[in-house]
Design a protein. Sequence first.
Length: 468
Amino acid sequence: MSSAVSGAVNGGVSFWYADDGLPAQREPLSGNGSADVVIVGGGYTGLWTAYYLKKAAPFLRITVLEQKFCGYGASGRNGGWLYNGVAGRDRYAKLHGHEAAVRLQKAMNGAVAEVVQVTQEEGIDADVHVGGVLEVAYTPAQLARLKAFHEHELSFGEKDRELYGARETAGRIRVADAVGSTWTPHGARLHPVRLVKGLAAAVEALGVTIHERTPVTEIRPKHAVTPYGTVRAPYVLRCTEGFTASLKGQRRTWLPMNSSMIATEPLTDEQWARIGWEGRETLGDMAHAYMYAQRTADGRIALGGRGVPYRFGSRTDNDGRTQPATIEALYDILVRFFPSLTGVKVAHAWSGVLGVPRDWCATVTLDRSTGLGWAGGYVGSGVATTNLAARTLRDLVQQDSGQAGATDLTALPWVNHRVRKWEPEPLRWLGVHGMYATYRTADRRELTTHTAESSRLAQVADRIAGRH
Ligand SMILES: Cc1cc2nc3c(=O)[nH]c(=O)nc-3n(C[C@H](O)[C@H](O)[C@H](O)COP(=O)(O)OP(=O)(O)OC[C@H]3O[C@@H](n4cnc5c(N)ncnc54)[C@H](O)[C@@H]3O)c2cc1C
């Protein structure tokens, strides 16, 4: 292991918790109980849903059951990209028409603004900086994809997106060999843990009951079963994302995909002067095995990408530890992007799981015959999507219980979308590992061949995985 990464803390849930402190944990459930709505999972999806439901109908008795503590999952570990991407939009355009997908996209743009606004209203200091999202290309093939991506996004109504050449890109951030970039204003950088802690506190202050250290072992109509008792409610909402496979009957519903991150030590002013990045845009690239990064409020770079993508049998978590090889790989990306940072120390490395449905489409569902609902399958874009999903779940519950009618949100094309389950093992493991190995090979080929054509390998991998 190189000396730059050998001193890094590995795990401890995430750097964000090392920075802001692990929370004191709330009391577990003690015995059977009842509620109007039970929410399983205390991440952004569960907490936003509790927040909006309680605001809309303060008389509702809402209970959140969280296996560890609120923000233990991806919501306390992510890259802090609050942005307007939503998994599956293009497939929804094929299934429901372009106009329906444009409505979904516009709702996502609104979700970014909504999160920013609510953090202000609720006094949640989540280091939010609205600098937009900048995605760079550094090979000819990436540039061709970038231009196509840019045009594609414009066609979904994003008229305020901009395309930059090499010089304009360097004016914003000096990424080695960057030949172009695309920027959207619909994005912000934030501190994930501060957001999730603030949300949990806001929800509790509204009168929602949160039980932590309370794993739900089974969800069935009107019941959430835990080792400490069962909570009965007309509505039981599953908000467990990458952990869903651990629930009875859900093993092949959403595949738990790992994503890993590193955070550097704070950079010096001289180091920042060489890089630029004064706009603090969230930063990504156009590689097949893409990276994502942010400039943190305390002057670090937090950067993520795929590690070991998926563990056999849908195993999920070990408090955020990641593989040493993944830390090295992420460090290589860091210095590939910013060669002037060679030797800078990594302070922390961690990983988390996100949920991937078989067709890679995020969804919000309420089964009106059973009162069971769920939202998730966000793949890698849940920081803003969870907010839209939660407001949609609120509307679906209100509609079903007769408190309100259909809304613009209940008519979005991702509502009540069903998809088949993942294949049993070992096909699941082989498929996902094969896909990411192929992406990495395709990226390496594009770096060495310098052609503008995207590697066919990546397209084959996409098709096998059911991505396109
Ligand atoms: C490393 C990483 C980086 C990411 N970066 C970004 C990013 O920059 N931008 C972006 O948009 N998205 C990003 N994502 C995705 C985003 O973080 C997630 O989509 C989002 O946080 C999902 O929120 P959630 O509440 O649905 O799930 P989670 O935050 O995972 O919450 C689920 C909760 O349910 C609890 N739970 C699970 N099972 C049970 C059970 N049986 N009983 C009780 N409780 C249970 C868990 O403990 C957890 O707290 C990233 C994800 C990861 C892992």
